[in-house]
Structures are given as structure tokens and as C-alpha cells.
Design a protein around this ligand. Structure first.
Ligand SMILES: C[S@@+](CC[C@H](N)C(=O)[O-])C[C@H]1O[C@@H](n2cnc3c(N)ncnc32)[C@H](O)[C@@H]1O
Length: 240
């Protein structure tokens, strides 16, 4: 497969041996959570989120926008939003261990995103970065989560999703991260492959139903921006 220079650069970065001085995996005994914690350092993840939020239009939002990061994990998306100047932030995630890692001003709630702990029409923006593909039952869980998001959003609110998507780049990363020697040489690739192994059922089901997922999303939200690139689906929409 011919790769453009940016693709080769990205793949090189993915395969470089990571020397991580922090021991975050000590905080979790769940194999997926341990791998997730060593896949990227918090600063790498925050930098990635800031770039992504800017690309998807967050720079234009008023800084007092009420934003909830759903499936927020250890809260690096919230730190990215805080660094962009947003002041009214909340997070929701199912994992108390990941939420306990967050250090910042946002209020974080341990809850299931299929049943959001918020009043109707109370939030301006709901963000999901890599959470929807963890839902076990497609499409019912996705329908339920989107219905909850519609309920909680103000009429002129926005949703922003960034989720894994099957593209040639993602296929290549799956192929490379499946090579045992690459896994031995690169902690990042090993963490990626371990995450995939531990979420295989939901992850594969998600990647194999792109049309259904987009149909459900478009049924609940009017797209404002939508793109598929670099193994990601990027969607910004308004509630219908
Ligand atoms: C890939 S992580 C993404 C975390 C964060 N958005 C990020 O990019 O750093 C997926 C997260 O979804 C959470 N999760 C899975 N199912 C959930 C549910 N039904 N409700 C809330 N959180 C859930 C997991 O605990 C995990 O933190």
C-alpha cells in the first residue's frame, strides 16, 4: 500500500518505543483501562483533543457555553476544553477509577450515558470522543444514548462526536499492531492492540456497521459538519 508522507510520519510515531515515566496503569486492574492509560501520556492526549476541538469549530463557541464531555474517561478532554478557556464544564463516565484520575474544576459524575443525570434542555454542547463504540447493543444503546442527548440539549445546542471508523489507515494500524515483534518494540502499539483485544466485540460491531450508525445519528441530529478521515468519524450536529 502506498502511503503519503504524513501517513508514514504518523505510523512512525505510533511505532516509536515509548518511555513513559508515569505509572498510571498501577491505578487500574482492568486490562482495557491499563492499556488505555499507557496508550498516550495525558499531555499527548490533551494536545490531540485541543487540535481536534479547534478543527471542529469549538474556537467559535462562547466561553460560557455549558459543555458536558460524555464517556469522559480520565478527563483529558475536559482539560483541553479548560485550556481553550471554557468555564462551565461537566463530565460523565461509567468508570469511577478513570474519573478519579481527573484533576480540574469540572464536575464529574459516575453514570451511564444511556441515562443522563441532567434536566431536559439544560446543556449547550455534548461531546463524545471515543465512547459510543463501547456501547454493547447496537442499535438500541445508540438510539437510547442519542435520545438522552436530544432530551438534555437546548434547542440550538450541538453534539460533537469523534469515533473510530474503518478507513485504509485504520486497517493498516490494525495490521501493524497485530505483528508480535512490533508489539514488543512499541509500547504504544502494544497498548493499542491490547485495547482492541479487550473491546473486540463492541469495537468490531461498531466498525462493521457504518451505514447504520450514520443513519441513527442523522435521524437524531442535523449534521453541521461531518467528515471521515484517518480512521475517525467526525460529526458535529444540532438536535432535530
Ligand atoms: C475510549 S474511552 C474514551 C475516554 C475519553 N473520551 C478519552 O478520549 O480520553 C471510553 C470510555 O467510555 C466509558 N464508558 C463505556 N460505556 C459507558 C457508558 N455506558 N456510560 C458512560 N461511560 C461509558 C469507559 O469507562 C471509558 O472511560
Amino acid at each position: 500500500m502506498a502511503l503519503c508522507p504524513r501517513e508514514s510520519q504518523l505510523i512512525k510515531r505510533m511505532s516509536e518505543t515509548q518511555i513513559n515515566t508515569e505509572p498510571p496503569q498501577a491505578l487500574s486492574h482492568d486490562p482495557w483501562e491499563s492499556a488505555y492509560l499507557r496508550f498516550e501520556t495525558p499531555e499527548e492526549e490533551i494536545g490531540k483533543f485541543i487540535g481536534r476541538l479547534n478543527r471542529l469549530g469549538a474556537a467559535q463557541w462562547p466561553r460560557d457555553t455549558e459543555i458536558v464531555e460524555l464517556f469522559c474517561g480520565r478527563g483529558n478532554g475536559l482539560i483541553a476544553l479548560e485550556r481553550l478557556g471554557f468555564t462551565r464544564l461537566e463530565g460523565v463516565d461509567l468508570s469511577p477509577r478513570l474519573i478519579a484520575e481527573y484533576r480540574g474544576p469540572a464536575k464529574c459524575i459516575v453514570a451511564d450515558c444511556r441515562k443522563l443525570p441532567f434536566e431536559a434542555r439544560s446543556k449547550d454542547v455534548l461531546i463524545v470522543q471515543g465512547g459510543l463504540h463501547h456501547l454493547p447493543n447496537l442499535p438500541p444503546d445508540l438510539e437510547q444514548t442519542f435520545e438522552e442527548m436530544q432530551r438534555v440539549l437546548r434547542k440550538d445546542g450541538r453534539v460533537l462526536f469523534v469515533e473510530p471508523w474503518r478507513t485504509p489507515f485504520l486497517d493498516f494500524i490494525h495490521f501493524v499492531s497485530g505483528i508480535p515483534m512490533i508489539r514488543r518494540l512499541s509500547d504504544k502499539m502494544d497498548a493499542f492492540a491490547t485495547m482492541v483485544e479487550n473491546e473486540l466485540r463492541t469495537y468490531k460491531r461498531w466498525l462493521n456497521q457504518p451505514e447504520l450508525i450514520r443513519k441513527v445519528a442523522h435521524h437524531h441530529f442535523v449534521p453541521v459538519r461531518e467528515s471521515i478521515a484517518w480512521g475517525k468519524w467526525n460529526f458535529v450536529g444540532m438536535p432535530r
